[in-house]
Design a protein around this ligand. Structure first.
Ligand code: PHE
Length: 465
């Protein structure tokens, strides 16, 4: 007997869960460092345009496909687009497997930084701590890496095992408000620092002479990752949505929340950087470690109430990551539930176990095991990335998500009939600012051309991870 389909239990359920999926390491870890590397202002503006002209239309398309079909990704493409198109959903399931493997390793790092900060907050921060060396030792420590990855994955599996209403929605209902509250406290603290003005200038005053046109493509690539697009996560969450909710309004809220949180996180980090004498200069361009390495010391030296805020901040990172990992595992799990008739509990454990295997390999690929750490997929031609984790991130961000996104624009814009999409978006009445014709123009022309361009540039060797 198939179990009856679970649904979000309230109107806010979908929006909270989808925003939880979108807001993650992409906002707190990736966006600040790529905005920094690309000199802020002009890059941020280009990113906002990408989110509006590519991200929002695809978000609407994904949720539409899910809500209309009431089945998760593979089934949604088969039912709405045609039997042959099920592979688009299948690609998403594969992407989920790969992404969750490495994402949970990085998410696990938030546990380590939380524990380290608790220790410093209570015992005092030793002035001579070499944070970079400490962190490198940690990521190279096999048993510890396995431990934090496993903890994170276990939490993820537990939530998905409990299902949509009692698991994912309940988690988002608690964590999203907590996340917003912690972020607000941090923002107030950061804005009181003397570097705040410079930070806002850096973020919001565009200087187009600094903009390299390749940054445009980087901004576009990141908009997929951060909005959880291109792998069927939003199709899947949309499939648990009732027809009473507007696809368009929900999409807009999720996009605005995700973008707002990325900007706030950057404003906080840049205020700290500009307030610390010499830090902006010494950081240079290489800032991948901004979140995990640069920031902890600042909490204990510069940030007002830093002793309290430091551990709280890594709780925030962990929460944000958990609501995202849950959505990735749900894509894989729901495939087994909807397409293979497996019970949710078995599917969650099975899919989670499979992903854990990928996670274990990634956890050991940052110094712990030589063969995994030195691994490159196609040598230099694959972005020159070293180690399994970096290679899988490259594969997902540069290949799988853009290709998936491109196929979704073709499905929703060209194969799905005008009647079906128009009817779906008109039920219930969309908000007044929405015009179906404009959405259709963007999903048919603007989005596929823009995404097609990324793929061409990636083929020419550009790296967007
Ligand atoms: N959007 C998430 C983040 O910003 C990552 C993610 C991508 C989650 C794709 C689900 C699907 O961290």
């Amino acid at each position: 007997m198939p179990e009856p389909r679970d649904h979000w239990s309230s109107r806010a359920g979908f929006v909270l869960a989808a925003a939880g999926s979108a807001v993650g390491l992409g906002n707190l870890w990736k966006f600040p460092y790529i905005a920094w590397e690309n000199d802020g202002g002009a890059f941020v503006l280009v990113y906002l345009i990408c989110v509006l002209v590519v991200g929002l239309p695809i978000m609407i398309a994904e949720i539409l496909l899910g809500r209309a079909s009431q089945v998760s990704a593979v089934g949604a493409f088969k039912k709405m687009i045609g039997k042959r198109w099920g592979f688009v959903g299948g690609l998403g399931v594969l992407t989920g497997f790969i992404m969750l493997g490495y994402y949970s390793v990085i998410a696990g790092w938030s546990i380590r930084n939380f524990v380290a900060c608790m220790r410093w907050s209570i015992g005092g921060f030793p002035a001579d701590t070499d944070l970079a060396a400490g962190f490198t030792a940690f990521v190279g420590d096999g048993p510890l890496q396995l431990g934090t990855t496993f903890l994170f994955m276990a939490a993820t599996i537990f939530v998905v095992y409990r299902g949509i209403g009692r698991g994912i929605e309940r988690l988002a209902r608690w964590l999203m408000p907590a996340l917003l509250a912690i972020l607000a406290v941090l923002l107030v603290s950061a804005m009181s620092m003397e570097g705040a003005g410079r930070a806002l200038n850096f973020l919001f005053r565009p200087n187009f002479s600094e903009l390299q046109w390749t940054s445009v493509l980087e901004a576009l690539g990141h908009s997929f990752f951060t909005l959880s697009l291109g792998m069927g996560a939003m199709v899947t969450y949309g499939s648990y949505m009732s027809r009473k909710e507007s696809v368009v309004r929900s999409s807009l809220i999720v996009v605005v929340l995700d973008t707002g949180i990325a900007l706030v996180a950057s404003a906080i980090m840049f205020s700290v950087i500009f307030s610390t004498a010499g830090l902006a200069e010494s950081l240079g361009k290489s800032t991948v470690g901004m979140l995990f390495i640069t920031l902890p010391a600042q909490f204990y030296t510069w940030i007002p109430f830093g002793r309290v805020l430091a551990p709280l901040f890594y709780v925030l990172v962990g929460f944000a990551a958990l609501t995202s990992t849950v959505s990735i595992l749900e894509v894989v799990t729901s495939y087994f539930v909807d397409q293979r008739g497996v019970s949710r509990k078995k599917a969650a454990l099975g899919a989670g176990g499979g992903v854990l295997a990928v996670g274990i390999l990634c956890a050991l690929s940052n110094g712990a095991v030589g063969a995994l750490s030195n691994f490159t997929i196609f040598g230099e031609s694959f972005g020159g990335k070293q180690g399994l984790l970096a290679n899988l991130d490259h594969l997902a961000s540069n290949w799988l998500l853009p290709v998936g996104g491109f196929l979704i624009t073709l499905c929703a814009g060209w194969v799905l009939s005008r009647e079906v999409s128009a009817k779906e978006l008109a039920d219930p009445e969309p908000p007044g600012w929405f015009h179906y014709g404009i959405w259709r123009f963007f999903i048919r022309y603007v989005a596929p051309i823009a995404v097609g361009l990324i793929i061409v540039f990636v083929l020419l060797g550009r790296d967007f991870s």
